[in-house]
Ligand binder design. Structure first.
Ligand code: GLU
Length: 475
């Protein structure tokens, strides 16, 4: 009799697996856990767009709202051929837990359009985006108090601008319409620092973990980012900025991987030179002084201290996990490690900073952008000059008292009042540091929890459960 082959789990099943594993460390009733676990609403749509004179193409797209324990729900929109209902549901669920971990008061959602944006002209992409947005409006799946999309893989500020404009046209009365989407260009209500936010958050997360000597000792690393050998997979928005801040803090980028291949230099790669080289030649390969690795997946298996997968989900599976040599992995992407792979990595004493915390910097700054849109005022506008005048008075009083005067440069540093970018950066740093210690504490409080992902899920489940209970739905 032939044995039935075990079907590989889907991405959504992977996320549910992490969830289920964490529930054993919580004390919530089964009904409440079920409510938290599954997606509340799934909207699958198909619409036609004209691609030639009499040629049409049917586009498949999704918006999934995972949890309405808070409003609005929030999450990016992805343009990729890998988009399907399962993927969008998995990503929407992750958004719920991500927002909870960093105390961003939103439920989780995600959207996706099953296209490869490279196959369409800008004009066609605009038509697809605008049509998708009007489908969302029709079904009440978008709005500043309902569901607020943002960029994700394959989308950016340009697409968000189209979404905002379409929404505003359909809702001319909505005074808060700028808050219907985040990640917009600054001129259209965007916020300074949103583009860098996810990568910067990945950096803050890594730095916080690496700064705890006691934890580093357990995995055979010394304290601090400086001198650490780092490999980054994916040079998109998340990977690029994560790599940039790691390098600025003294980390050595020994490997960079993209879809065309990977490059390696044990002495370090200058990120901006690599990007320049890629812009000139169309590839990161053949970069001066670096070794080419044609099979890009192999870059994940190189010897390094810190590995940052910042591209797509499920790149570390049970097939390659045993060959991973990094001591610490920070998940810049959503879901880059499968549950089977995680078991193998943890057995190898590799520490994992999980996606639901590590890449939450994007949604954190999206939250700031949404607040800005609702308040209709730029952060720093009201206080900056007042603060500067107060600092100037203090500096002058000190100079008078001490009889010493500061140089212009010293004075400029001391009398600087906070502008939007200063506030966004410090708000993001505060959020990432606080959340790290919160999940680390959850892990420390429960001797049976051996990894930060489980701790993050426990933390998130507890917070979402508390919200539901405060709504009076569950006792
Ligand atoms: N797409 C990003 C994520 O996966 C950002 C979501 C947002 O800003 O709403 O976290």
């Amino acid at each position: 009799m032939s044995k039935l082959r075990k079907q590989p789990q889907t991405f959504f099943e992977n996320v549910l697996g992490f969830f289920d594993n964490a529930t054993q460390y919580t004390k919530h009733p089964t009904g409440l856990l079920e409510q938290i676990k599954f997606c509340n609403s799934v909207y699958r749509m198909r619409f036609p767009i004209r691609v030639g004179d009499d040629q049409y193409e049917v586009i498949e797209a999704y918006r999934v709202e995972h949890s309405h324990h808070k409003s609005p729900v929030k999450g990016g929109i992805r343009y990729s051929l890998s988009v399907d209902q399962d993927e969008v549901m998995a990503l929407a669920a992750l958004m719920t837990f991500k927002c909870a971990v960093v105390d961003v008061p939103f439920g989780g959602a995600k959207g996706g359009i099953k296209i490869d944006p490279k196959n369409y002209s800008v004009h066609q992409l605009e038509r697809i985006t605008r049509r998708y947005t009007s489908e969302l409006v029709k079904k009440n799946f978008i709005g500043p108090g309902i569901d607020v999309p943002a960029p994700d893989y394959g989308t950016g500020a340009r697409e968000m601008a189209w979404i905002q404009d379409t929404y505003a046209q359909l809702k001319p009365d909505a005074i808060d319409s700028e808050g219907c989407v985040t990640g917009k260009p600054i001129a259209q209500g965007g916020i300074r620092g949103r583009t860098e936010a996810t990568g910067m958050g990945v950096f803050f997360a890594t730095r916080e973990a690496v700064n705890i000597a006691e934890d580093m000792k357990k995995i055979g690393l010394t304290r601090g980012i400086e001198g650490k050998r780092v490999i980054v997979q994916g040079l998109g928005n998340v990977g690029y900025f994560a790599a940039k801040y790691v390098q600025e803090a003294g980390g050595i980028l020994i490997g960079l991987a993209e879809y065309e291949g990977a490059i390696y230099n044990s002495k370090g790669l200058n990120l901006d030179d690599v990007v320049k080289h890629r812009n000139e030649t169309g590839s990161i390969l053949n970069f001066r002084g670096a070794k080419n690795i044609r099979d890009t997946a192999k870059a994940l298996e190189l010897d390094c201290d810190i590995l940052i997968p910042a591209a797509l989900e499920r790149v570390i599976t049970e097939k390659n996990a045993s060959r991973i040599k990094a001591k610490l992995i920070t998940e810049g992407a959503n879901g880059p490690i499968t549950p089977e792979a995680e078991k193998i990595l943890l057995k190898k004493n590799i520490m994992i900073i999980p996606d639901l915390y590590a890449n939450a910097g994007g949604v954190t700054v999206s939250y700031f952008e949404w607040l800005k849109n609702l308040s209709h005022v730029r952060f720093g506008r009201m206080g900056k000059r007042f603060e500067e005048a107060a600092y100037r008075n203090i500096v002058e009083a000190m100079e008078k008292l001490t009889g010493k005067s500061l140089s212009q440069q010293e004075r400029n540093v001391l009398v600087h009042g906070a502008d939007e970018i200063d506030l966004v950066t410090s708000g993001l740093e505060e959020t990432m540091i606080t959340a790290y210690h919160e999940i680390r504490e959850v892990q420390k409080q429960n001797k049976k929890i051996h990894d930060l992902r489980t701790a993050g899920f426990v933390d998130a489940i507890d917070k979402v459960a508390t919200s539901y209970m405060s709504l009076g739905i569950f006792p």
